[in-house]
Write a protein that binds this ligand. Structure first.
Ligand code: ACO
Length: 422
């Protein structure tokens, strides 16, 4: 049987057959039969806004792959920087490419002194680190005017290296400022994750050496968060990027989208929820409130996963390794009880609500000492690799500017009424 659909315009009786390709049908074909009839899809739930070769996600089967490589293999065997290279350039690097890439990223970790002194230190003392991060990323575009040259391969690569390299420096700087601690300069003898931990936690010791189990856990978490195809933040990246804005402005837009509690802010909400529940004895009552529609079970449910989020499985294992070093996060028992009750309850089963990536990540971050305000920042650092991969892809594929349609449902035409007559 032909892989196609047929659409009939009942006003005219005209039909058009549209082939199904890659699981989708072309809206361009639809427009040939039905010009000026728009798909009404406000949250893009059934719209494929791009064709992409970066990340494959099958939400029903619980599958996540970057450039064809299963997330489980990458989390076990790779490093964040290698995964960033894979996402951006399409292939795993060979040893020479990898060495050059690590070298380039390592030697671009410093930020301009004016970014730190005049810009970051200008924020109010209790500014949220995500607010500082969004603004500082956007400000970088004024420090690198060559970033506007988006059709030069050399310039693009320079901005890619700068963004990947400077995110941890800005992220740690945002934290240090928000708690009144002096800024720590990058230590380029450390690997990517260890360097970030050093910039976060170093106090007076001449050389900060993080616990290798914690540095490895962060590496795994960064790999798991590096990309997730067309989510809210990545869509923001693509929309801003499609206007041919410079990559700093586009990454700032994507980071702003990530800031919201429905997206990257959810792991923060999970910890607040677990703290509010307070004890496993209170779990059944909380579940009742969720079922009554009073509150949501934070860290549960996903627009595309209708199965266990594969990242949540890996994170659960990582949590055990971290807790061996840090001691168990006392909220873990509440989380486990919540998961057990929810997975056996008809409300969650029938709606296919499973733990998502945020359900356990906050517990790890908290056990490692990160304040809650830093959780979304920890998401933004690795997601920068995914955002940049999508930015390069849309430029390479010469994507048109994003410009959806609307269905106007406001007032019909009416005459202006002078102020004194209203
Ligand atoms: N707790 C309780 N009920 C839920 C939850 C939840 N966490 N999530 C969805 N539902 C219910 C809805 O009430 C709805 O029920 P109904 O059909 O009886 O009205 C049904 O499941 C479908 O939910 P939608 O809101 O339509 O799902 P949507 O795809 O729009 O939302 C979202 C997805 C935002 C992730 C949602 O599941 C949610 O709010 N989860 C909690 C926040 C969270 O964990 N966000 C992180 C997502 S992962 C990420 O961004 C990295």
């Amino acid at each position: 049987m032909a892989e196609s659909i047929t659409i009939t315009d009942n006003r005219t009786g005209n039909s058009i057959e549209i082939p199904i390709a890659n699981g989708g049908v072309s809206a361009e074909e639809w427009a040939k039969l039905l010009p000026n009839i728009w798909f009404y899809d406000p949250a893009f739930s059934t719209t494929a806004a791009a064709a992409s070769a970066i990340t494959e996600l099958d939400g029903d089967a619980g599958i996540l792959r970057y450039r064809g490589y299963p997330i489980e293999q990458l989390a076990e065997k790779s490093t964040y920087l290698e995964v960033a290279y894979l996402l951006i350039y399409g292939e795993l690097p060979n040893p020479t490419q990898y060495e050059q890439w690590v070298h380039d990223v390592t030697y671009h970790t410093f930020i301009h002194e004016n970014v730190r002194k005049r810009f970051m230190e200008g924020f109010h003392h209790d500014a949220h680190p995500m607010g500082i991060l969004v603004s500082t990323i956007a400000a970088l575009s004024t420090f690198y005017p060559d970033a506007k040259d988006i059709f030069s391969a050399e310039s693009r690569n320079k901005q890619i290296v700068r963004l990947i390299a400077k995110m941890p420096t800005m992220a740690a700087g945002a934290h240090r400022h928000s708690v009144g601690m002096p800024f720590v300069y990058p230590n380029n003898s450390l690997d990517f994750c260890s360097n970030f931990l050093s910039m976060m936690w170093k106090v007076a010791e001449p050389h900060y050496e993080p616990n290798p189990v914690l540095a490895k856990a962060l590496e795994v978490l960064f790999i798991l968060h590096a990309d997730h195809e067309q989510n809210c933040g990545t869509t923001a990246m693509r929309v801003v990027g499609s206007s041919h804005a410079d990559p700093y402005s586009a990454v700032a837009g994507a980071t702003a989208a990530l800031y919201g509690p429905r997206h990257g802010g959810a792991n923060e909400q999970v910890i607040r929820m677990l703290t509010e529940i307070g004890h496993i004895d209170n779990v059944p009552a909380y579940i009742q409130r969720v079922k009554a529609g009073e509150v949501r079970l934070q860290g549960f449910g996903h627009r595309v996963y209708k199965n266990y989020d594969p990242r949540a499985k890996i994170i659960k294992r990582t949590a055990d390794e971290v807790f061996e070093v840090t001691g168990k996060n006392p909220l873990l028992d509440i989380a486990l009880a919540l998961e057990e009750v929810a997975l056996a309850d008809e409300y969650f089963v029938s709606r296919k609500l499973y733990p998502n990536v945020d359900f356990y990540s906050g517990l790890i971050y908290q056990a490692m000492g990160f304040p809650i305000e830093m959780f979304t920042v920890l998401f933004a650092i690795p997601r920068t690799a995914g955002w940049l991969a999508h930015w390069i892809e849309l430029l390479d594929r010469d994507a048109r500017i994003a410009r959806p349609r609307q269905l106007y449902d406001g007032a019909a035409v009416r005459d202006y009424v002078p102020l004194e007559s209203r």
